[in-house]
Ligand binder design. Sequence first.
Ligand SMILES: [Mg+2]
Length: 148
Amino acid sequence: MKSRKLSVLLVEDSRADARLILEVFKEESVNADVTVVRDGEEAMDFLLKRRSFKGAPTPNLILLDLNLPKKDGREVLSEIKQNTHLNGIPIIILTTSQSEDDVANCYKLQASCFVTKPIDLEKFVDVIRSLDEFWFSAVKFPPEPRVC
Ligand SMILES: [Mg+2]
């Protein structure tokens, strides 16, 4: 059975990482529309449908980097989870951080999972593939989020 098309927000300031993630999604034929934003402020603008993002969809899933320009990913996570319109969206933390404090704090803030990006390219691709396999085939998502 083909799953419904999901809307995914990828918050990633590294162009190389974003490109790689999109390539793997394409290879794996992930049934999703992916929007890439490059800093935390843009992420909140997209989620709150502000500025150039009026009419943007509410994403079904967010992939969130932690170290971001303008507004840090930790702040973005905390703001999303405090917003009753957005706090049901699963959030995958995908970061170079290996800090145990980050891991603990992200789970306290209700991140769905915390993944450290491997430095090694092949391993990075493997991690994205396994995220794809799990999140886009095994996982059940909440009903369409309400428009805020
Ligand atoms: Mg970054």
